[in-house]
Design a binder for this molecule. Structure first.
Ligand SMILES: N[C@@H](CCC(=O)N[C@@H](CS)C(=O)NCC(=O)O)C(=O)O
Length: 194
């Protein structure tokens, strides 16, 4: 399968999940003109025009980070608790990070007016506190085992400094230990990140 990505963008979560689960994949970047690395028109592949976009071996296209992460987990049988409340907490955390954190990064990515940035900072600070409280003393967000929520969490924490919001210590520590995982080191190398 092909993962369309921009270096250091939210597709990094899916990239890490692919490596963690041992799934075979090919990375394809997209340039400013929305041409893919293998010379195709990206908008004809995904009219939404954004990444992550997953192209399955039969040509099927999947979009939306939460869905792609779920697909990778379901296909591999890894990174998603099989049942019980932990499974729902994982999905809940993905939805929370997407709508309450990722969406509130937009004012910083697109340089919105200051009042919108201030409002976003307030929401982000609250959301980070909620995640840190939820994490408690566990190694990862949901349990001591890594899940797809942690793949997304890693990217969310990596980007947090752009907002200027200080991360709670638990999240800073989680980011530091995840950064040393072989999957993260490999993903950074493959995306050409420092
Ligand atoms: N709703 C999408 C949003 C994905 C998204 O925001 N992707 C950004 C990168 S982090 C992107 O491709 N932006 C480029 C654009 O919108 O042209 C998801 O959750 O997957």
């Amino acid at each position: 399968m092909n993962l369309f990505y921009y270096p250091a963008a939210c597709s990094l979560a899916d990239h890490i999940a692919l490596i963690e689960t041992g799934t075979a994949y090919k990375l394809l970047s997209i340039n400013r003109e929305k041409k893919t690395e293998d010379g195709r028109d990206f908008l004809s592949i995904n009219p939404k025009g954004y990444i992550p976009t997953l192209e399955l071996d039969d040509g099927t296209i999947l979009t939306e980070n939460q869905v792609i992460l779920n697909y990778i987990a379901e296909q591999s049988g890894k990174l998603l608790p099989e049942g019980g409340i932990a499974r729902w907490r994982t999905l809940e955390a993905l939805a929370f990070m997407s709508s309450e954190i990722h969406a509130n990064y937009v004012p910083f990515f697109k340089d919105f007016p200051e009042p919108e940035k201030v409002r976003a900072c307030e929401k982000l600070a609250k959301a980070f506190t909620i995640l840190a409280d939820q994490m408690g003393d566990r190694k990862f967000l949901i349990s001591d085992e890594m899940t797809i929520a942690d793949c997304y969490l890693f990217w969310v924490l990596m980007v947090a400094p752009r907002s200027g919001v200080e991360l709670p210590a638990r999240l800073r520590n989680c980011f530091a230990h995840m950064k040393m995982r072989p999957s993260v080191i490999q993903a950074f190398a493959e995306e050409g990140l420092a």
